[in-house]
Design a protein around this ligand. Structure first.
Ligand SMILES: [Zn+2]
Length: 113
């Protein structure tokens, strides 16, 4: 538990000094075997995406998978701006492990308290 808190604090600190980092979007038909940092993966076909996945931005190493399918609950929506920078709605609030709570807006991670 304390270990997770330290990891979260370090992740927050690192992000503070790397706030120029922006997530990019990679589209794929299936989840890849290997995930890169600072990438939001959109899984689907023909611009219909049913799943988003990303490594947790706190650097805990966990993979976060989000349902985009309209039948899923809970579900998220992804918007891409002109530069394909992703915005996720609503926020991501993990209730396990690192318990990160953040918003991804135009490719940037905004931490919630
Ligand atoms: Zn995390």
């Amino acid at each position: 538990m304390i270990k997770n808190k330290i990891k979260k604090a370090v992740g927050w600190f690192v992000n503070l000094f790397r706030n120029e980092i922006e997530y990019k979007t990679v589209t794929c038909e299936d989840l890849p075997d290997y995930f890169e940092k600072n990438v939001l993966y959109l899984v689907g076909e023909n611009k219909q995406f049913w799943q988003a996945a990303m490594l947790c931005p706190c650097n805990c190493g966990d993979l976060i998978q989000l349902t985009l399918d309209t039948k899923g609950k809970p579900r998220w929506q992804v918007y891409l701006n002109k530069k394909s920078k992703p915005t996720l709605h609503p926020s991501v609030h993990r209730n396990v492990n690192c318990r990160s709570h953040y918003i991804l807006r135009e490719g940037k991670v905004i931490w919630c308290k």
